[in-house]
Write a protein that binds this ligand. Structure first.
Ligand code: 7RM
Length: 662
């Protein structure tokens, strides 16, 4: 960003110029609050003491900590010397408190099959599966890869890993064999837990064949556990089982012992790795540890959603393949003893009212979803939610990308009946838990603003020279360590320092641009680096470019995220073909498929523009900023640093007639 305009991404000036006006904040009906607004002051006066109180109130420790925080910038240790087990906190203590019959998950498969798991059921299944893992040689300190659809065995697998002290590394089911094997190899996982597949849009989406391809090049993997999901629900899935390596989940479970004591873990022991796209092609293994993470996810889940675990039914629509699912389907809600809905499939199957049907039947009171979903529902029309009684809803949440005011207002009116507070929650895989958000009923919201940092969190905007920007646009930074913060990048402490702590001295740089308005409200405006945000999923431009140039027909490629009404951003690829290869719809299709196979379906470019040349600076850097202008049909920005200004005009003409995915 220091050398604009070569560096891709929006500039600070883009944000400073931005001045939108918004309708006045709607008045909310008061709710019975668990919120305590005096927490803001208490946390500011003594933030370590504040977090220590939360850790003591919300989490059960096998041994108390000696020191709240050990901060050797940029390396933090929280609740040093404390011992606990995450699965014990999510399960055993609730059952011991007499809540064994409370429902943990109302699970529903896409075909309509259901399973109800109480806390007692979940504890029993987790203990058995923990024994299965032990039987396969998994020990405290090992890593286990998890590549699964949204079925109950997924949270079971996570909690069983936590129980035996192995770190899980969940890889989203949409990722390709290459992406899976890269992640398995980086962490040297010993075991893979997967399924034959999962249901999506009425079809079985197979996972095991992808695992088989990935495992051709993963020397660390000794065993694979396969859940029989498709075949057990009336579908057809041919599964090749490798003798000695692959095992059926239900067969191992039938033989497993029923009791498994939770392993005592150090507060700073690794709980999990989650790989996330960075600005280079190589994904980063984000490290989360146990005590601080659990404290902050439990704290935020309780206060941000005004959770009353005895009466609320909570539904987070994310996939556990992303951090939102880790923190707000598994660890946060279970640590708080909440009752959740978990759903396997897509919102349009069998009809476009599937979500609202689920809300009505399970009487969901807290709904946490993404702007991309909300914009899709907007497109489908208010008639779909109107088919259902949504009066059980009380609090609505949003996460994953900036929510545009239009979508916010639609969500508020058509889903929340102008009665439910909306919590727009800003956070990242790296932060582990929600950092900036309103507190429902306590914070007056503005449509599109994430409002204020939560108690205990300190955020500031800075300009290019690291000067604090009290009002106006700037880079979003965090100035204090927080309990759920990433502890590093697996195997690469220097990259951790460089990526997050070197741009602004003493500050964590989030990679987002933001604005503080004249009322002091914070607006997160999106990434300023070359990370795209497609439906709330982080995808690096470099990664997609690498996949494109990997095809022998491609000479050069530049990828940008262009504004998209539904998915937030859409992938637009500018491709120069090798000599002798003729551009056309066929090649476009082939390249899109190629990217989908290399990285995963979510990375499939929406549009491919063939061009003889890419706009470059004299030093040879591709000017993605101009390509974004082209892709979004804008007037071109400053072209004076271009080596050959004629190139963009040519590209612009081509872009108008480029074939697109939809
Ligand atoms: C939870 C999650 C993180 C990036 C982050 C932002 C964007 C997330 C919001 C948001 C505006 C929000 N983790 N982002 N939440 N932007 N308002 N409420 O999404 O690691 O996958 O992505 O997502 O750009 O840096 S993530």
């Amino acid at each position: 960003m220091a050398d604009e305009p070569e560096t891709p991404g929006a500039t600070i000036e883009d944000y400073l110029l931005e001045d939108r006006t918004f309708p006045p904040p709607p008045a909310f009906k008061a709710v019975a609050l668990v919120v305590d607004t005096t927490m803001y002051d208490a946390a500011n006066e003594d933030f370590e003491g504040f977090w220590a109180r939360q850790a003591a109130d919300l989490i059960t420790w096998q041994r108390p900590w000696d020191t709240v925080l050990d901060w050797q910038l940029p390396f933090a240790k929280w609740f040093v010397g404390g011992r606990l087990n995450a699965s014990e906190n999510c399960l055993d203590r609730h059952v011991e408190a007499g809540l064994g019959e409370r429902v943990a998950f109302h699970w529903e498969g896409e075909p309509g099959d259901t399973r109800t798991l109480t806390y007692a059921d979940l504890l029993a299944e987790v203990q058995r599966f923990a024994n299965v893992l032990k039987g396969l040689g998994v020990e405290k300190g090992d890593r286990v890869a998890i590549y699964m659809p949204m079925i109950p065995e997924l949270p079971v697998a996570l909690l069983a890993c936590a129980r035996v002290g192995a770190a899980h590394s969940v890889v989203f089911g949409g990722f390709s064999a290459d992406s899976l094997s890269d992640r398995i190899n980086d962490a040297e996982c010993k075991v893979v837990v997967t399924a034959d597949g999962g249901w999506r849009r009425g079809q079985p989406g197979l996972l095991k064949p992808t695992v088989d391809v990935a495992l051709a090049s993963t020397p660390s993997v000794e065993h694979v556990v396969v859940v029989d999901r498709i075949a057990s629900s009336g579908g057809e899935a041919e599964v090749a089982m490798t003798d000695g390596r692959d095992h059926w989940y239900h067969e191992l479970m039938a033989e497993a012992a029923t009791e498994c004591a939770p392993e005592p873990m150090d507060s700073e022991d690794l709980l999990y790795l989650l790989y996330t796209s960075g600005t280079t092609g190589k994904p980063k293994g984000i490290m989360h540890t146990t005590g601080g993470y659990l404290t902050q996810v439990a704290f935020t889940h309780k206060y941000v959603f005004d959770l009353h675990p005895e009466t609320d039914v909570y539904w987070c629509t994310a996939d556990v393949g992303w951090v939102t699912g880790h923190s707000y389907i598994v660890y946060g809600p279970l640590a708080n003893g909440a009752t959740s809905v978990m759903y396997e499939g897509t919102p349009d199957t069998p009809g476009r009212d599937r979500f609202w049907d689920l809300v009505e039947r399970y009487q969901v009171s807290i709904l946490y979803t993404a702007p991309t979903a909300i914009r899709t529902f907007m497109k489908w029309g208010a008639a779909e939610p109107e088919k259902h009684d949504l009066s059980s809803l009380r609090v609505l949440g949003s996460v994953g990308e900036p929510i545009n005011p239009e979508a916010w207002i639609w969500y508020h009116e058509h889903i929340g009946a102008s009665r439910c507070p909306i919590v727009d929650t800003w956070w990242q895989t790296e932060t582990g838990a929600i950092m900036i958000s309103p507190l429902p009923g306590a914070t007056t919201t503005k449509p599109g603003s994430a409002t204020f940092p939560l108690p205990g969190i300190a955020a500031e905007l800075v300009d290019n020279d690291a000067e604090v920007v009290p009002r106006g646009g700037g880079y979003l930074t965090l100035t204090r360590p927080w309990p759920a913060m990433l502890r590093g990048i697996y195997g690469d402490p220097e990259r951790y320092r460089d990526t997050y702590w070197s741009r602004f001295e003493g500050r964590y740089f989030a990679g987002d641009g933001a604005k503080i308005d004249s009322d002091g409200y914070l607006w997160v405006l999106g990434r300023v680096d070359d990370v795209m945000n497609i439906s709330g999923h982080r995808i690096s431009t470099t990664e997609v470019e690498s996949a494109l140039v990997d095809n022998p027909k491609v000479a050069e490629a530049a990828v940008v995220g262009a504004k998209d009404d539904v998915t937030g951003q859409a992938i637009v690829a500018f491709v120069t073909l090798r000599g002798g290869v003729e551009p056309g719809a066929g090649v476009g299709e082939e390249l899109r498929d190629h990217v989908a196979n290399k990285i995963g379906k979510i990375s499939r470019p929406k549009t491919i523009v063939f061009t003889d040349d890419l706009p470059k600076t004299r030093s040879g850097k591709i000017m993605r900023r101009l390509l974004r202008d082209v892709a979004e049909g804008r007037e071109l920005g400053d072209t004076t640093t271009l080596a050959d200004p004629a190139v963009v005009e040519e590209i612009r003409k081509r872009a108008m007639s480029a074939p697109s995915d939809d």
